[in-house]
Design a protein around this ligand. Structure first.
Ligand code: HEM
Length: 443
C-alpha cells in the first residue's frame, strides 16, 4: 500500500526519455500531476519526494536523527570519508560544534582582506580581455578563496590542475549517483580513469597541505588545518586520527568550492540578462562604498543582498539533497517504511506557487517583504545539518560582485541563452561566456 500518490513503473518508463532530456521540466510535471508529496516504487525501494515546508521541517529538523543522509549521498565518502558532510551521530555533532568557531561573525570578519585581495587579483586577470568563461573563472576564484582563508595557503600556481581534478571528480561522482545499471564504475573507460586519477591528485594535495603545516608549525595559526592539528595534539578524551584530519580538510575543499562558484555564476548571469538591476546594484555600490570597506558596509547594500537571494532562489547551487529513513517512521501522519529514500529539492520548493508569486521571474524586491513562510527559501538548507559556510560564502560572493561592478560593466555573449543544467550542483549549460567592458573613470 502506498502512502502517497505517484507515477507507476509504466508511467516512469514511458517518461524516461523526457526525463533524460529535461529532468527539471519532467519533475515539475510530476509535481503538477501528483501534488507536493510523491511516492515512487522502483523495484523494492520506495522513494518519496516532498515539496512543502511542513515536510522539510519534519525531515530536516524534528526527525533529523531518523532521516540521516542517504546511501547515495554517502558516495561522496570516497573523498570526504568521515568529514562533516558525510558523518553522523555523536562523531558529527562534536566535530560540528568545534568547527563552528571558524564561522562566527568575528571569524568571518578576519577573512575579508584575504577574500578582497583574491577578488582584486581576478579583476587584474580580466584586464582588457573582452570575453571570458565566467563559470571556469569562478571555479578557480572559489578554490583560491577557500585555500587562502581556511587553509592559509596560496594556490595560484596549481589552481588550474586542482580545479580540473575537482571537475573530473564531480563528473565521475554524478555518474555514480545517477547511474541505473550497477557496475559501470568499474569499466576501464577514459572517464573512470580520469575519476580515479582525480581522487589521487586531490588526496595528494590535501596530504601536502597538512604535512607542510606539521613541518612549519601551526601553533599561532587560526585556520582549519591548524585548528585540527592543534586539537589532535591537545586531545585526551577523543582520539583524532590523521585520516579524520584529511577527510575534514577535503570536505571543506569540496563543499565550499563548486557551490559558491555556481552561486556567483548565476548571480552574474542574471545581472547580465537584467541590465537594469546590474546598473542599480552598481549605483548602490558607487554611492555607499569607498575603495576600502568593512563587512558591515557590505551588509548595508540591500539591493545586492536581494539580488543574491533571488539568484539563490531561482538556481540554488545544491538543488537536490536526499535522506534515508533508518527506522519505520511517519511523515505528515503517513507511514514511511525503513530504508525509504527521501528526495528534497529547494529548486522546486523555491518555485512552489503556494509561497511564491510569479516564481520564474527574476524579481529581487520580493525579498523586501517578509516571506509567506520563512522556510520556503532555503538555499543553504535548514536544521542541524544546514550549511556551516553560509556567512563565509555570502561575504565571498558579495566582495567579488562589488569589485566587478566597481571596475566593469558586463553582458552575456551575443546569442548565448542562459539555461540550467542540473548536475550535483546547478550549473549553466555550456559555461557562462561573459563580455566585459571596463568602466570609464568619470562613471
Ligand atoms: C553558495 C554557496 C553554498 C551553498 C548554496 C551551500 C549549500 C549547502 C546546503 C544546502 C547544505 C546542506 C546539505 C544537506 O542538507 O544535504 C550545506 C552543507 C554544508 N556546507 Fe554549504 N553551501 C555553500 C557554501 C559552503 C562553503 C563556502 C562551505 C565551507 C567553507 C560549506 C560547507 C558546508 C559543509 C561542511 C556542510 C555540511 C554540514 C553538516 O552536515 O554539518 N558550504 N551547504
Amino acid at each position: 500500500m502506498r502512502s502517497f500518490p505517484g507515477p507507476n513503473i509504466f508511467s516512469l518508463l514511458s517518461n524516461a526519455i523526457s526525463f533524460k532530456k529535461d529532468p527539471l521540466a519532467q519533475a515539475q510535471t510530476f509535481l503538477n500531476t501528483y501534488g507536493d508529496a510523491i511516492e515512487i516504487q522502483v523495484a523494492w525501494m520506495p522513494i518519496m519526494a516532498f515539496n512543502t515546508v511542513e515536510y522539510y521541517d519534519e525531515i530536516l529538523r524534528k526527525k533529523y536523527q531518523h532521516f540521516p543522509k542517504s546511501e547515495k549521498y554517502k558516495e561522496l565518502s570516497a573523498l570526504m570519508g568521515e568529514g562533516l558532510t558525510t558523518s553522523e551521530g555523536d562523531f558529527w555533532k562534536q566535530n560540528r560544534s568545534s568547527l563552528q568557531k571558524l564561522f562566527t561573525p568575528l571569524a568571518i570578519e578576519t577573512y575579508l582582506h584575504k577574500l578582497d585581495s583574491i577578488a582584486l587579483d581576478y579583476i587584474d586577470k580580466i584586464g582588457e580581455s573582452k570575453q571570458r568563461d565566467f563559470y571556469q573563472d569562478m571555479m578557480q576564484f572559489a578554490l583560491a578563496s577557500i585555500t587562502s582563508t581556511l587553509f592559509n595557503k596560496d594556490y595560484s600556481q596549481d589552481s588550474l590542475k586542482i580545479s580540473q581534478a575537482l571537475q573530473d571528480f564531480m563528473s565521475g561522482m554524478e555518474d555514480r549517483i545517477f547511474q541505473i545499471l550497477p557496475g559501470m564504475e568499474y569499466l576501464p573507460t577514459a572517464k573512470n580513469k580520469r575519476y580515479q586519477n582525480s581522487i589521487k591528485i586531490l588526496k595528494d594535495q590535501i596530504k601536502s597541505i597538512i604535512s607542510e603545516k606539521r613541518t612549519h608549525g601551526f601553533e599561532k595559526e587560526t585556520d582549519l588545518v591548524s585548528l585540527l592539528l592543534q586539537a589532535q595534539q591537545d586531545s585526551t578524551k577523543f582520539k583524532i586520527t590523521d585520516q579524520y584530519i584529511e577527510d575534514e580538510v577535503m570536505t571543506f575543499f569540496l563543499a565550499g568550492h563548486e557551490t559558491t562558484a555556481s552561486a556567483l555564476t548565476w548571480l552574474i548571469g542574471l545581472l547580465s540578462t537584467n541590465p537594469t538591476y546590474q546598473r542599480r546594484v552598481q549605483d548602490e555600490i558607487d554611492q555607499n562604498l569607498n575603495i576600502e570597506f568593512t563587512s558591515s558596509d557590505i551588509n548595508n547594500l540591500s539591493l545586492l543582498d536581494n539580488c543574491l537571494n533571488e539568484a539563490l532562489r531561482l538556481y540554488p547551487p545544491l538543488w537536490m539533497t536526499s535522506r534515508q529513513a533508518n527506522k519505520s517512521e511517519t511523515l505528515g501522519g503517513k507511514k514511511v517504511p525503513k530504508g525509504t529514500i527521501i528526495v528534497l529539492s529547494p529548486y522546486f520548493l523555491h518555485r512552489n506557487t503556494k509561497y511564491w508569486t510569479d516564481p520564474e521571474t527574476f524579481y529581487p524586491e520580493r525579498f523586501e517583504k517578509p516571506l509567506v513562510h520563512k522556510d520556503s527559501f532555503q538555499p543553504f538548507g535548514i536544521g542541524p545539518r544546514g550549511c556551516i559556510g553560509e556567512r563565509f560564502s555570502r561575504l565571498e560572493i558579495k566582495i567579488l560582485v562589488i569589485r566587478l561592478l566597481q571596475n566593469y560593466n558586463f553582458k552575456l555573449k551575443a546569442g548565448y541563452k542562459l539555461e540550467a543544467k542540473p548536475t550535483i550542483t546547478m550549473r549553466p549549460k555550456n559555461g557562462l561566456p561573459i563580455e566585459f567592458e571596463r568602466r570609464k573613470n568619470d562613471q
